[in-house]
Design a protein. Sequence first.
Length: 92
Amino acid sequence: MTKADMVEKIYEKVGFSKKESAELVEAVFDIIKGTLEKGEKIKIAGFGNFVVKEKADRRGRNPQTGEEITITARKILTFKPSQVLKTAINSK
């Protein structure tokens, strides 16, 4: 599903104009993005949790040369679905 598909679904279900629906979708994604950029957790009841985690430096290996390299620290985004979502997906 794309953003355009989401806009279309909101347009059909809620009755907003397509422009209003697009603005709503963009606003929700901007809020989510901004919250995650600050390193905060997002918890959506009945859906799941988005969490930004820190990964430390670690040793790795270049697969072409076999040379050891250091993989730098970075942040990653994880998603853990709620039990409600897991049940809904697995019951179909």
